[in-house]
Design a binder for this molecule. Structure first.
Ligand SMILES: Cc1ncc(COP(=O)(O)O)c(C=O)c1O
Length: 350
């Protein structure tokens, strides 16, 4: 089965009608020839950063295209996935009219961006084992539902959803399905990037913030049909990815072996942490994790969260989320950090 969609028809009329800003640097395509750049009112004296970045990040996209086995025209880069989530809503969802569909418990920024953009959120909670309720998701989507957000592995639960369930949603829904693969490197397997040729309504998000170790650089990637990428290019801020961040990504790609061994270490540490946490009595449940964090259920999350803070350890308390009562979400740290966490739990266990 395939799904091709009319991206023009999905795009907000205001966005279709507008003219994109043409930045000085977007009118000139870099070539090997040495050019005298007098087009952007920059300071001509070299600081390493006195020139604007390439607005289209051409070189970086070419490099990423090879890594991800897609065409550069399928890639959009932004200031973290957060920017991409917001731009998708700006491009395709009409404020006060359209809605997005979420599958709680889920990543909080979808709701925040929806609120910012004046969009209602339809919620179809996960079912037992934190799994997608595929039939209900398709049943709840209306004419006004423009986008469904599915993070896999999911945050805060940590589990991956079966790809066949996500594909059933992609195949059955006429709007955009945003498959957020922020934690993909921690449980490599099929990626929705492989569906782009057949399903034009898929947008895949990945990030340099998690396994790639560049949360401070703020670099997010969207992979989608070139028509979708075209709309995002039209509405983005001209220089939305700065020179330093692009350089940091090149450096990290040059050191892919280091990233891979860090991921292996984190996974090994996750195993150690889970085996130690199992022995802590105040921990009632450990949910299966395909990511670099674990969700645990404790006797009293508010109390344990505060006690950990007192001991200098910060975890996340997602207990106000659907089906997450008395849970804590814990990122996998270094061996020493994880050991400190276990030691802290042991003192609380007495
Ligand atoms: C599912 C998911 N998507 C996206 C992000 C944010 O990624 P970025 O740092 O690229 O904005 C997070 C961060 O916690 C996340 O859990």
């Amino acid at each position: 089965m395939k799904r091709s969609i009319n991206i023009d028809a999905l795009t907000r009329p205001t966005i279709q009608a507008m003219q994109a800003y043409r930045s000085a640097r977007s009118e000139f395509v870099a070539s090997d020839r040495e050019m005298i750049l007098l087009d952007a009112n920059e300071n001509p004296f070299e600081t390493g950063l006195n020139r604007y970045p390439d607005p289209m990040q051409t070189e970086l996209k070419e490099r990423l295209a090879k890594v991800k086995a897609v065409e550069p025209s399928h890639i959009f880069l932004g200031n973290g996935s957060d920017e991409l989530i917001n731009l998708l809503m700006v491009a395709f969802c009409e404020p006060k009219e359209d809605e997005i569909l979420l599958v709680p418990p889920t990543f909080g920024m979808y709701q925040v961006s929806a609120n910012l953009n004046g969009l209602a959120c339809v919620e179809v909670p996960l079912i037992s084992g934190f799994q997608l309720n595929v039939s209900e998701i398709l049943a709840q989507a209306t004419d006004r539902t423009k986008m469904i957000f599915i993070p896999t592995p999911n945050n805060p639960t940590g589990n991956r959803f079966p790809m066949k369930n996500i594909k059933a949603i992609v195949a059955g829904f006429p709007g955009l399905v945003v498959v957020d693969e922020a934690y993909a490197e921690f449980s490599p397997g099929e990626t929705a990037i492989d569906w782009l040729a057949d399903y034009h309504n898929v947008v895949v998000l990945q990030t340099f913030s998690k396994a790639q170790g560049l949360a401070g650089a703020r670099v997010g990637m969207a992979f989608a049909h070139p028509d979708i990428i075209g709309v995002l290019n039209k509405i983005k801020a001209p220089y939305n990815l700065n020179v330093l961040s692009q350089q940091a990504v090149f450096d990290r790609l040059d050191n892919a072996d280091t990233v891979a061994s860090e991921v292996q270490l984190m996974l090994k540490e996750k195993g150690v942490l889970v085996s130690k946490i199992q022995q802590i009595r105040l921990v009632k449940e450990i949910f299966p994790s395909d990511a670099n964090f674990i969700l645990i259920r404790v006797d009293d999350s508010q109390l344990r969260y505060k006690q950990l803070i007192d001991k200098g350890i910060v975890v996340r308390n997602p207990s106000n989320q659907y089906a997450c009562e008395n849970t804590l979400r814990i990122s996998i740290g270094t061996a020493a950090q994880n050991k400190a966490l276990i030691a802290a739990f042991k003192t609380m266990d007495q």
